[in-house]
Design a protein around this ligand. Structure first.
Ligand SMILES: C[S@@+](CC[C@H](N)C(=O)[O-])C[C@H]1O[C@@H](n2cnc3c(N)ncnc32)[C@H](O)[C@@H]1O
Length: 245
């Protein structure tokens, strides 16, 4: 579909970049901050973000392209020119987005990966949080919604380890008292993703954390995070050209 991007993952792993720093100019009809939904699954939340916030550009990212077919269809049918989907591995995110290009990141019901001691699988480990910060604007935020108490606790612990401020946290979003969140966030958190509905139906509570970037990322820490997530830098870094549609 028109608004779906499927870069050659092998090329990216070999060092290529794709639309990095060029999303607003090449893909969207407006110059606006990007909001990313990472591990977007069906992509309906990303589509909803685009519908609710027309002056924001939204990119849903997932490795499994068939999963976001529904969201891509909704964006296409709804004529949402401020939304796109990217089929990619999150560990290579800095090959797709440049420093300061992203305003907000949403992590919705990420796999908890509770046994991930090296921090290379859990999407809120310090390695991943440093990677996100390298593309976040100053004061940019990472929103996390999860049904997993362990993922929630690990995120609260690891935010400060990655120099991020825990700005808000709540262990029962849908049971929170009225006025607990500002009205815009209240409405947004009320939207349920596919996995969220599944976990609610099983009687699980939904947790929320918001982390804010407070400092520039330490380049050495970032290099270490990238080595952990991506391996050593590739020898060649050819520029990746967009596939013909
Ligand atoms: C549990 S599902 C949640 C889907 C959706 N956010 C929801 O709430 O319905 C996790 C999603 O993250 C994607 N995912 C997991 N690890 C990923 C990675 N490293 N890179 C890209 N996508 C990833 C999976 O393909 C899957 O669609």
């Amino acid at each position: 579909m028109e608004r779906v991007h499927e870069p050659d993952l092998a090329g990216v792993a070999a060092g290529a970049t794709y639309l990095r720093g060029e999303w607003c100019e090449q893909v969207f009809a407006q110059d606006a901050p990007l909001t990313l939904e990472l591990g977007c699954g069906q992509g309906m939340f990303a589509a909803e973000l685009a519908r609710r916030f027309p002056s924001t550009n939204v990119v849903g990212v997932d490795l499994k392209g068939h999963r976001f077919w529904r969201g891509a269809k909704a964006v296409h049918v709804g004529g949402l020119l401020n939304a796109a989907f990217l089929r990619a591995r999150i560990q290579w995110l800095d090959h797709f987005f440049g420093p300061g290009e992203v305003g907000e990141v949403w992590l919705t019901f990420s796999d908890p990966q509770n046994g991930d001691k090296r921090g290379t699988k859990r999407l809120t480990s310090p390695h991943y949080l440093r990677l996100y910060q390298s593309m976040l604007r100053e004061e940019g935020v990472v929103h996390v919604k999860t049904d997993s108490p362990e993922f929630f606790e690990n995120t609260l612990r690891d935010g400060p380890l990655a120099e991020m401020v825990v700005e808000d946290s709540c262990d029962d979003v849908h049971g929170a008292e009225p006025g607990r969140f500002d009205p815009v966030l209240t409405d947004l958190l009320a939207f349920k993703t596919a996995y969220e509905q599944r976990w609610i139906d099983e009687g699980r509570s939904v947790h929320y954390v918001r982390l804010r970037r407070q400092a520039a990322v330490d380049v050495e820490q970032l290099a270490r995070a990238k080595r952990m997530l991506q391996g050593p830098p590739g020898a060649a870094r050819p520029h990746f050209t967009r596939p013909a549609r």
